[in-house]
Design a protein around this ligand. Structure first.
Ligand SMILES: [Zn+2]
Length: 282
């Protein structure tokens, strides 16, 4: 487990759970590992482009970078290698039976596509880790509770039945990324293996947990996954600067975890923490 400072890790430390966990230093994802999903052209761009050379790479920048959320900064490629390496290493821990639950606190960058950076996400560590899991497990269930739709992961596995993607997110009113409506169900062999739960502003703990239990219960009974990849985006918590839900940390740490423990022994958990709360709220 890789622990970084975050609201989740702080709550976890307060609960004393770190005594039951092992902390690992993951390897940086190699070029070969990143090429399992991303294109060589895109990775070369991330590797070579710097803040000083953005103008030189303006054509590639327009092609590979969507919107204004993904600026090129010094060491962006090494950053990608670090967080992707954490998720890939987590997959290896599960595959090698070295852990039942692996957590990458800096993972969960679900908007990145094969050759497109989007929504603060440059490479998609979730897709990369899931591809590793699929080499050993027949079926992977992906659950995403980030306030934003998990569009990059859904797109990557839209036409396969070996990954079932379930996303709970805010939808409508131009909210980013603008996808994740009920009728996005998958295609070809993947038809009915994408499940979207679009929600409105202000959803609270009770409504969310009831909905989550019902949807995930049905999905578990139908799909019987070999393992689970769980993107626990902290921006669905109340007071997040980008979010608009009214969920407390209790939902993330207790309710959702208890639902999973009732169904599976193996849980792969990715936490993406972007929430910023004043100290008095911690
Ligand atoms: Zn988000």
């Amino acid at each position: 487990m890789l622990l970084l400072w975050s609201i989740h890790s702080r709550a976890l430390l307060c609960a004393g759970l770190q005594k039951k966990m092992k902390i690992y230093r993951p390897h940086r994802a190699t070029d070969e590992e990143l090429l399992e999903f991303h294109s060589a052209e895109y990775l070369n761009f991330l590797k070579r482009c710097t803040p000083e050379t953005v103008n030189i790479y303006s054509q590639e920048y327009r092609r590979f970078i969507a919107g204004d959320d993904c600026p090129i900064f010094e060491g962006v490629y090494q950053y990608c290698q670090s967080y992707a390496g954490g998720s890939i290493e987590g997959a290896f821990k599960l595959i090698n039976n070295e852990a039942d639950i692996a957590i990458n606190w800096s993972g969960g960058l679900h908007h990145a596509r094969k050759e497109e950076a989007s929504g603060f996400c440059y490479v998609n560590d979730i897709v990369l880790a899931t591809l590793e899991l699929l080499k050993y497990y027949p079926r992977v269930l992906y659950i995403d509770i980030d306030i934003h739709h998990g569009d990059g992961v859904q797109d990557a596995f839209y036409s396969t039945d070996r990954v079932m993607c379930v996303s709970f997110h805010k939808y409508g009113g131009g909210f980013f990324p603008g996808t994740g409506d009920l009728d996005e169900l998958g295609m070809g062999r993947g038809k009915y293996y994408s499940v979207n739960v679009p929600l409105m502003d202000g959803v609270d703990d009770r409504t969310y947990v009831d909905l989550f239990k019902h949807v995930i219960g049905e999905v578990m009974a139908f799909y019987r996954p070999s393992c689970i990849v769980f993107q626990s985006g902290a921006d669905s918590l109340q007071c997040d600067r980008l979010g608009c839900f009214n969920l407390t940390l209790k939902v993330h740490l207790t309710h959702v975890a208890s639902v999973f423990s009732a169904y599976r022994e193996i849980l792969l958990c990715w936490i993406r923490c972007r929430v910023m709360l004043p100290a008095s709220d911690m």
